[in-house]
Structures are given as C-alpha cells and as structure tokens.
Design a protein around this ligand. Structure first.
Ligand SMILES: Nc1nc2c(ncn2[C@@H]2O[C@H](COP(=O)(O)OP(=O)(O)O)[C@@H](O)[C@H]2O)c(=O)[nH]1
Ligand SMILES: [Mg+2]
Length: 201
C-alpha cells in the first residue's frame, strides 16, 4: 500500500469546503443544531443571561433557556469525503445584526430555523437573505410542545417563494439536521443553476 492513498486505492481528495449560515430567532435551536452535527467541539460563545439582559432578551416561550449566544456558533461536518460544511450560527438578537454582513460573506446558503409558536421571530432573517439573494431554506424545529402545521401553512405565513424549501426537523437529532444541510446545499445548487440559466438565455 502506498502512503497517502485511501483503502480503495484512490488518491485522497481535497474536499470542497462550503459555508452555511444558521439563522433564526432567539431560542429557536441554532446552537443545538450546530452542536448536534459538528465533528469538532462546537465553538460557542454563550453567556449566562444576566439580570441586566432580561429586559432585552425576551425569553417568553423559551423558559428553559438560560444562556444566550453573544457572538456565534461554529461547527464543521463532513457530508461526503469530498464535501465539508462549515456552519456559522448567527446571533439571533437584533443588537448583533451588524455581524451578519461579515458572516454572510462567501456563504453558499442559509438555514432559517423557525418555531411555529414564534414564527414572526424569523421574519428578519428571511428578509435579510431574500434581499441579498442568498439561497435559504426554512427548517421548522419541531418542539414537542408546539402544534404541528403543514409546511404549506408555514410557507404561506412567511410569504415565501414557491422555490424556498420548508423542511420539518429536530435540531437535536444528527440525521435530521444532516437532511436539512443536504437540503440547503441542493437548494443552493439549484438556485445557482437557475441564475446561470437566466444569464445565458
Ligand atoms: N424540545 C426541544 N428542545 C429544543 C430543541 N432544539 C432546541 N431545544 C432547546 O431549546 C433551547 C434553546 O435552544 P438553543 O439551541 O440554545 O437556541 P438558539 O438561541 O437558537 O441558539 C435549549 O434549551 C435547547 O435544549 C428541539 O428540537 N426540541
Ligand atoms: Mg444560540
């Protein structure tokens, strides 16, 4: 066996690395999602919600949440031997909007996580990606306490374009999150193909 070759005798591949953003409202499950799939210990910059932060961070409906991401979550997942995703969880609170432009630089696409109990919390993220033509999909994080709605209802409530995928998921579950990630890569590729077509025809 030659060193540097994989078991199947093929030379090792230099993987393509893609950047995916994970956005959505406060407490929707962004940190959980990145942690569920990341192969590296996810880098988290969480701070305990302080008394001082209480009037700013609205925890109504997310009473179990005691920490808040102040900067961002970061993780990595190898989808295939030649495809590695870097995940960036964007800070949900409005006071961190200034970071988004930098984070979205070079991003292939985005996941907007949604909780059907607080759907309005993801309006800002949807708006942001629509305006910048960054391909995104909606991942409805199905908290067991929340009522289930058909994806078409979610699409209508968010006034989404037909092309935007809406997927149900569980942010705690690795395989569920993987499906969402594959979905966003696929959607971004379709989006890109569509754009190229518009340019050439
Ligand atoms: N039951 C349930 N709890 C979840 C789920 N996803 C996240 N959580 C919990 O919801 C809280 C907020 O999640 P977190 O990932 O910190 O939200 P973030 O603010 O978007 O990063 C945490 O206590 C999580 O454990 C889920 O799919 N189901
Ligand atoms: Mg978080």
């Amino acid at each position: 066996m030659i060193f540097g070759r994989s078991e199947r005798g093929k030379p090792p591949v230099e993987p393509v690395t893609l950047k995916i953003l994970v956005a959505g409202g406060f407490g929707v499950g962004k940190t959980t999602l990145v942690g569920a799939v990341s192969e590296i210990r996810p880098l988290r910059t969480e701070e305990f919600l302080t008394e001082a932060g209480r009037p700013v961070d609205d925890t109504t409906g997310v009473e179990r949440k005691h920490t808040t991401t102040v900067a961002m979550d970061f993780g990595r997942i190898t989808l295939r031997e030649d495809l590695v995703l870097y995940l960036f969880g964007t800070p949900g609170q409005e006071r961190f909007w200034f970071m988004w432009d930098e984070l979205s630089e070079g991003a292939l696409g985005a996941i907007v996580l949604a909780d059907t109990r607080r759907l309005e919390d993801c309006f800002a993220a949807v708006d942001y990606f629509e305006r910048r033509s960054i391909p995104f999909l909606i991942g409805v994080n199905c908290f067991e306490e929340a009522a289930r709605y058909p994806v078409e209802d979610v699409r209508r409530a968010l006034d989404l374009d037909e092309a935007v995928p809406v997927l149900l998921c569980d942010a705690r579950d690795r395989s569920s999150v993987k499906d969402v990630l594959v979905g966003v890569v696929q959607h971004a590729m379709d989006h890109d193909a569509g754009r190229r077509q518009t340019v050439t025809t």
